[in-house]
Design a binder for this molecule. Sequence first.
Ligand code: IGP
Length: 260
Amino acid sequence: MKTLEQEIRRCIEDGKKAFIPYIMAGDGGLDSLHEKILFLQEIGVTAIEIGIPFSDPVADGEVIQKAGERSIALGTTLRKVLYTLSSFKEEVHVPVIIMSYLNPILSIGATEFVEICQASGVSGLIVPDLPLEESALLAAVLEEKDIALIQLVSLTSSTERIKRIAENAEGFIYAVTVKGITGIRKGFDSDLSSYLERIKQNSPVPVLAGFGVSFPEHIEQLNHSADGVIVGSAIVDAFYREDRRMIQQLVNASIQRSNY
Ligand SMILES: O=P(O)(O)OC[C@@H](O)[C@@H](O)c1c[nH]c2ccccc12
């Protein structure tokens, strides 16, 4: 079992739920990455998802798009993010997940990319435009490495597809909770509990819910069925507004409740 899954399982076995914040690398300058990661680690997150800015972020809503534009304007690249991470990896004790579209990865080359990830202490990868059918491209290089390739399931995935994804799942399954793009939302349209239960029944790895998770109430709601949540836009926005109390509140909504 890879480290990322172990860490999430440890959290669940302690009677808690997993909480994974997403931050945009290089928003506010890459110099700020070190301090942001240490802050998140300090307030008790389970793992940290670090987004690589990309010029054509098809899955992203306005908050993350804008953060990506700010980061690109400051010269952030995938290589620079990984080298920055490697410079303080000894201080980071929570698993780090890199979320990147396929293009920046391919421009480095899959083999070299995975080597640099390993040297930088990365424990997981999310590549939203790499469907399961094409994941061999990275999976082959990752086989002997302690880096999990995280698969996404969507509301429109059939049970058959969920089963196929689950067979190959590593780390956790990312259950996308909206039909659409990332972004802060007031609530969810559909009843997500049966969707999350259906994935859990078929998954050998923990199931975390993400997309649109924006307020403490959302976290409480989703954690009844999911093993934890991923929060992106609300965290990116709070860092941008320097509202760290908000970030703390989101984490608290997750980790202080063990009565599910
Ligand atoms: O921003 P939201 O709606 O909270 O969604 C999580 C998300 O930001 C993060 O996991 C993510 C950002 N960009 C992505 C692209 C695809 C999959 C996932 C992501």
